[in-house]
Design a binder for this molecule. Structure first.
Ligand code: 1Q0
Length: 211
């Protein structure tokens, strides 16, 4: 993986995560998150409590994928079926399967909604737009509902340390502002599609509130 973040690569990994028949490959889904983590790390230590959590979740899924039952973890769809069929998910409270693939992926899935909402704000923002406001508005509409008070406060502090809009655009390594906006316009429907497919699957299987 190259050191510098590029929005193009995030786009490519999420694109690769979708199969022709709309299955979502876990390998590429977590590769997309890995790219975002490397971006977050470049923003400074304030964000390390966030990136550590994402990294540990990526690791849990990677371990399943490379483990003896790895073939069941190729797609989100096959993982859900396998874990449910074999009673490998704590459905109402954490017990003998506190770190199932289903509950781990659900945390990333919720964060993907935050990403989608944030990037849409960034895409349509004007020059005087504040990234901290875009981030926290997107957060309040998504992840915040699943976080306790203490985490919401810590996240609020981290948002204040965010670089400005210009830096964000530059760090995406996708050319000038117009080109970044175009690429965001291309990325967002893909991210939204991956999100929606996962959401529908979780709704159908009553998995949206996994502890
Ligand atoms: C760049 C700004 C980053 C802003 C991130 C906003 C989201 C804040 C999330 C806060 C997570 C706090 C740490 C721990 C939370 C866990 O308790 C929680 C639940 O897990 P569990 O096991 O306790 O039940 N974990 C989560 O909710 C997962 C949180 C994942 C957050 C992922 C944020 C990833 C951000 C990536 C940088 C994106 C930069 C966007 C621009 C790039 C352009 C493509």
């Amino acid at each position: 993986m190259a050191d510098t973040f590029s929005l193009q690569r995030v786009l490519e990994t999420f694109r690769s995560s979708l199969s022709e028949n709309k299955k979502v490959y876990i390998k590429y889904y977590i590769a997309g998150w890995q790219e975002l983590v490397s971006f977050m790390n470049s923003l400074g230590n304030v964000f390390s409590f966030i990136s550590k959590d994402v990294v540990s979740k990526i690791q849990i899924l990677e371990n399943f994928l490379s483990g003896e039952n790895g073939s069941y973890y190729v797609t989100i769809q096959s993982m859900v079926k396998y874990e449910l069929d074999n009673d490998l998910v704590d459905l109402t409270k954490r017990g003998s399967h506190p770190e199932s693939g289903c509950r781990t992926l659900l945390r990333l899935h919720r964060a993907l909604l935050w990403l989608e909402l944030f990037l849409e704000r960034l895409r349509t923002s004007t020059e005087d737009g504040k990234t901290s406001v875009m981030c926290s508005d997107a957060y309040n509409e998504s992840l915040a509902q699943h976080h306790p008070w203490l985490i919401r406060k810590a996240v609020g502090v981290a948002f204040c340390a965010l670089p400005g809009r210009d830096t964000f655009f530059n760090v995406m390594n996708a050319g000038d502002h117009t080109q970044v906006v175009a690429l965001l316009g291309e990325s967002l429907p893909l991210i939204a599609e991956v999100y929606q497919i996962t959401e529908d699957l979780y709704v159908k299987n009553h998995l949206l509130e996994l502890p």
